[in-house]
Ligand binder design. Structure first.
Ligand code: PEP
Ligand code: MN
Length: 264
């Protein structure tokens, strides 16, 4: 169902009135790694609004490597995200990790994110397939492109055709970056499937200094969108403190990225 051979034209996913997958119109999704407080999310939402960005991200259920690290605010985090989204007129996206939470999540979020660690959680994929809410599916840490495509197929084959893919770096021997951004996955996924393709520059690089060059690469190679993490005070962030942008850095990032596009 995801194959180009089955459907030649690009799928355009509607997040409310926001269209994803229209060639030449890449979408930005930005927001904090984790929802930490109402004030924190409001500050970021204000910055997004000023940049004309329509989709706010924020993790409420955080899949952390260590059980001793901040696990997220759970449903309270989804409530904060919804409240701020409504206040600022933004669409919101958050990761869901438990199949039994999918139905509940549709009441709060405009897009359900399925994270890298759950790309092959087949019960979660099936549950996400049984609702109509758009899904952003991230590539697994060590997943091949074929496995990634099959994971998307699980969602579509259960009925939900509103699926977007997200390349977020894969695990290699290279230690200079947190993961290795597989930029060629973008055109391959666009050739093999008709689904919109995003690049998450934050988790693929794990480095603030690489966010702009990788975002430029993503846009240049034909990605339908870019995801980046923004926090009012990255140093004190409860997760991903090293790679989130502060609001002034985010404004600079956006103006540099826009300048690149204009000069092309
Ligand atoms: C995230 O986007 O919050 C996240 C945890 O990313 P990933 O699943 O790609 O590691
Ligand atoms: Mn993060």
């Amino acid at each position: 169902l995801v194959s180009r051979k089955k459907k030649a034209e690009d799928t355009v996913v509607q997040i409310g009135d926001v269209k994803v997958g229209v060639a030449g119109h890449p979408l930005m999704i930005a927001g904090p790694c984790s929802v930490e407080s109402l004030e924190q999310v409001r500050e970021v939402a204000k910055a997004l609004k000023e940049q004309g960005i329509g989709v706010l991200r924020g993790g409420a259920f955080k899949p952390r490597t260590s059980p001793y690290d901040f696990q997220g605010l759970g449903v309270e985090g989804l409530e904060i995200l919804r409240q701020v989204g409504d206040e600022f007129g933004l669409k919101v996206i958050s990761e869901i990790v438990n199949p039994s939470d999918i139905e509940m999540a549709t009441k709060y979020v405009d897009v359900i994110q399925i994270g890298a660690r759950n790309m092959q959680n087949f019960e979660l994929l099936k549950a996400a397939g049984r609702v109509n809410t758009p899904v952003l599916l991230k590539r697994g840490l060590s997943a091949t492109i074929e496995e990634f495509i099959y994971a998307a197929e699980y969602i579509l084959s259960n009925g939900n055709t509103n699926v977007m893919l997200c390349e977020r770096g894969i695990r290699t021997y290279e230690k200079a970056t947190r993961n290795t951004l597989d930029i060629s996955a973008v055109p391959i996924l666009k050739q093999e499937t008709h689904l919109p393709v995003f690049v998450d520059v934050t988790h693929s690089t794990g480095r603030r200094d690489l966010l702009l060059p990788t975002a430029r690469a993503a846009v240049a190679i034909g990605a339908d969108g870019v995801m980046v993490e923004v926090h009012p005070d990255p140093e004190t962030a409860l997760s991903d403190a090293k790679q989130q942008l502060s609001i002034p850095q985010f404004n600079e990032f956006m103006s540099e990225l826009r300048a690149t596009k204009l000069s092309q």
